[in-house]
Design a protein around this ligand. Sequence first.
Ligand SMILES: Cc1cc2nc3c(=O)[nH]c(=O)nc-3n(C[C@H](O)[C@H](O)[C@H](O)COP(=O)(O)O)c2cc1C
Length: 296
Amino acid sequence: MAYLGNAELVAAVSNAGGLGILGTGYSPPAWIKEQIDLTRLLTDRPFGVNIMLRSPSAKEAIDLVKEEGVPVVTLGGGDPSEHLEGLKSSQSHAVPVVADPETAAKLAKLGADAVIAEGTEAGGHIGRLTTMTLVPQISAAVSIPVIAAGGIASGSGLVAAMALGASGIQMGTRFVCSEECIAHRGFKERIIQSDGQDAIEIGRTIGRPIRCLANRLTEAFLEAERRGASLEEFFTGKLYVGVIEGDLENGFLMAGQCAGLIKETKPAQDIVREVITEAESIFQRLSRDWNRGWNE
Ligand SMILES: Cc1cc2nc3c(=O)[nH]c(=O)nc-3n(C[C@H](O)[C@H](O)[C@H](O)COP(=O)(O)O)c2cc1C
């Protein structure tokens, strides 16, 4: 998560047994290097780096993660095709974010090591299909591991994703409400108060759909979108204003529909452990019920 997925949160997630992902957004390579070094001081477990391909320094950032031997590199916000071969020849595993099965199949052929199948429920930049319909289609289209993202904030989401064919999950919004996350507490509070229905979509008509919590800024954006007015001014620094500075009306508050499932802020370690523990007990219950069903 741009601005939010920093070394402290990444290390906390990796130390808890997950795979923390450093969100680099539009940050310069020097900042990314600093955060990689800091992550390595805070954890000796594997972690990943997300490269926003729309960033002007995306190419340099990819060279950096290759040099650094970062174990997992996730790629979002653009076409990763040209980078897959280079990443494959390094120690890094390339994991693009995809929103349709055709793209997933194409990127698997080009050398992606896994894909993140991100449904439209997710916070941030989104596709059209829901996680429920996307994950099985992508799982059928590729033979590499599929990581489900979008709408998952609990053990039941993990079990559902695995039932749909995923090998793992990626959570964003849930980790905003972690104690280690540097998100403004007002933003965390808005997620906790949300029932998910105010996690709306904007920007579809200009080909840049984003899910974020409704506020004065999204209202102005949607109004400008309806008028066909230029929207460039909306994209300059507004995420930082919302999620870090905590201007809840004039900044973008990227968050997914799973906001409705999040009731409190807690340490990242507790989040990871609770998701796994809940998933384990659901698996046990399902298998018990299943066997009973067949025998009775
Ligand atoms: C505040 C925020 C910032 C995000 N920034 C990025 C990003 O920079 N790059 C990216 O690939 N995905 C980004 N995402 C998407 C997440 O990586 C993740 O796929 C998504 O949040 C999963 O859906 P969920 O929000 O329902 O958990 C962001 C999500 C949020 C909520």
